[in-house]
Design a protein. Structure first.
Length: 72
């Protein structure tokens, strides 16, 4: 499957989809695996970001947080 964002300025306007893919496309997944992505590092960054946001909001990450009920 090949996905092409036709609104991207690097390929707009797309008048020849096959030619556009050959000229401007880049492989992001091969044989079901993401190409050039360090998943371990990405997961670490995502968890660190989540922790920062939760700490700033005062939300514990131990499963004890519950939203406050709406005032009547």
């Amino acid at each position: 499957m090949i996905l092409l964002r036709t609104d991207d300025l690097t390929v707009f306007p797309v008048t020849d989809p096959a030619g556009t893919i050959v000229a401007a496309g880049r492989v992001v997944k091969r044989d079901g695996v993401l190409v050039d992505v360090d998943l371990r590092a990405l997961r670490t960054r995502l968890l660190e970001s989540r922790d920062r946001v939760a700490a700033a909001a005062g939300v514990p990450l131990d499963g004890t947080w519950r939203p406050r009920p709406k005032a009547a």
